[in-house]
Design a protein. Sequence first.
Length: 116
Amino acid sequence: MDSPVRPKVILVTTTNTVEGHPVEAYLGLVTGEVIVGANIFRDIGASIRDIFGGRAAGYERALSAARAEAIQAMQAQCDKRGGNAVIGVDLDYEVVGKKGAMLMVSVTGTAVRVGD
């Protein structure tokens, strides 16, 4: 019976070390960027919530998905360089485009290979 193929795990941390795992090699800067457009229906829903209060669930879902996609892109760069972790990660959000119609999520870190 064939065993299932497990995806390679690339650890992501905001710290500059991985406790208990020495850095064997520094492989350089890796990044991930995602730009998502604001949806008119999410905007309308958010405007209503601004008046009555509450959380903008549509925006939160879009932001969460964009963040996950940016981190995955960064992990893929790390994997291509032979790394198994990204340390010193910084996550930034910016509003871009005409009238702030788009949201950019960018993530940067240092690809490394850590030992056991």
